[in-house]
Design a protein around this ligand. Sequence first.
Ligand SMILES: Cc1ncc(COP(=O)(O)O)c(C=O)c1O
Length: 386
Amino acid sequence: MKRIYLDHAATTPVDDRVLKAMQPYLCERFGNASSIHRIGQEAKEALEKSRQIIADKINAHPSEIVFTSGGTESNNFALKGVAFSNRDKGRHIITTRVEHDCVLNSCRWLETQGFKVTYLGVDENGMVRPDDIRQAITKDTLAVSVIHGNNEVGTIAPIREIGKICREKGVYFHTDACQSFTKVPIDVEKDYLDMLTINAHKIYGPKGVGALYIKKGTTIDAWQHGGGHERNLRSGTENIPGIVGFAKAVEIACKSDVVQMTEFRDILITRVLSEIADSSLRGHPAHRLCNNATFSFSGIEGESLLLRLDMHGIACSTGSACSSHTLEPSHVLMAMGLSHEDAHSSLRFSVGKENTAEDIEHTVDMLKKEVGLLRKMSPVGGMDVQ
Ligand SMILES: Cc1ncc(COP(=O)(O)O)c(C=O)c1O
């Protein structure tokens, strides 16, 4: 049975070219970038070259890039680092109800440390309203953090508009771009960004590596203390193979992959909505990530459908991979105003560059079949698949 992976928002396989770029740094070029000898300096060169590639991609200066262990660490660092460093100036942070758990839980923890957090709502498409941000900013506000491409429903937030408001009001602006990086253009200058979270494993790079862009002049405390690596902002021996792989993944990310993912996403959306009765698309119909197609299927339990598709070799998700161990409905779908039933009947398909047109066609065929079967089996069933 062919396996069809449609869970690229959870993670992606490492691209062969990325693996090839990393391999020498695991074995013969294994040096510690802090060592003075030649082997160490080779590692240091690879580190700085990678930093340059990533900085160029977002129109930043290499000195503004701090490597981390991934998106979770970057988001923790951005929020806690700025909050503590600036706590004499203010104690208020603004975010939204549709952030990744690592932002929400960092904010909840900051509340226990004397900070005040506003969690803004979103509309039915999962879109935050820039005007709500403008109105929520007070004299006490230090920072605003808004997710760029939503990991569950794919909605893309208007970060440039939000960034402009924050800049005018003198408030730091951070965005979590783990899902959008290399899919949606990001320019830290034009988007008025002070901090930007990115990671490698969503873009065919390795797991356990990411970065935080920190605009020059931003006041931020280190969150991980030690030997003073990364300009004293993030100590710990640099993960050179991971960082080299991250840079390679950025280098090979291309427009044609985005075009192809968009095409497959759209086939998936069009076929599902037209061929499966009582199915709805979640997230913004137009402003959405090129790889995200999230649906609700009335009367269906999402988890059961996921398991039945898995038996056909098709991998998708009932929401954020990180929170799929809980039985709680997705906080993102709830923030968008869905009922518990509709939230529980949702499935996320996220396409990748290695998918084929046949993968998509087969997935829709299996979905039609399984939704039909589950509805027939349901005690309240009776809804037919078109
Ligand atoms: C939007 C978003 N932010 C943060 C993360 C966490 O990133 P990482 O897995 O690199 O810690 C993820 C991935 O799960 C994500 O999708």
